[in-house]
Design a protein around this ligand. Structure first.
Ligand SMILES: [Cu+2]
Length: 137
């Protein structure tokens, strides 16, 4: 019995420590994670029926890269970015990491969402998978 306890204790400690390591993700803010020469990078998390953060602020008239990190899921998701009049600026299926190079000249508020929908159930967008991109002058 004591032998089993000695084996189990280190395994239990590793499990507890990894729980703490994974739970320290900040919520609700856009992260400017890296600046390579002239190109800012913005990170966006996506998962079952959410984008996080829901509001991204980006500069007008400058190249930047949006990196969408899809959390492990069996449900396929997509990313669509539209202008106020509905014109599509970006549209792509999401994989674990999707890099979307963007440059938006006109300041304003743009919408992004997942356009996946199935008959008879609420679309992913209706279930909350959407957000705003505010393009700052
Ligand atoms: Cu989706």
């Amino acid at each position: 019995m004591k032998k089993y306890f000695c084996l189990l204790l280190p395994i239990l400690l590793v499990c507890i420590l990894s729980l703490f390591a994974c739970s320290s993700t900040p919520k609700g803010t856009a992260v400017l994670s890296q600046t390579s020469p002239g190109v800012a990078v913005f990170d966006l998390k996506a998962g079952n029926y959410y984008f996080e953060p829901e509001v991204l602020e980006v500069p007008a008239g400058k190249d930047f890269e949006l990196r969408v990190h899809l959390e492990s899921t069996l449900v396929p998701h997509r990313f669509v970015l539209v202008e106020e009049d509905g014109g599509i600026l970006a549209e792509t299926s999401l994989s674990d990491l999707t890099r979307i190079p963007l440059r938006i000249e006109k300041p304003g508020t743009y919408r992004f969402f997942c356009d996946v929908s199935l008959p008879l159930v609420a679309s992913h967008r209706e279930r909350g998978m959407e957000g705003k991109m505010i393009v700052q002058p």
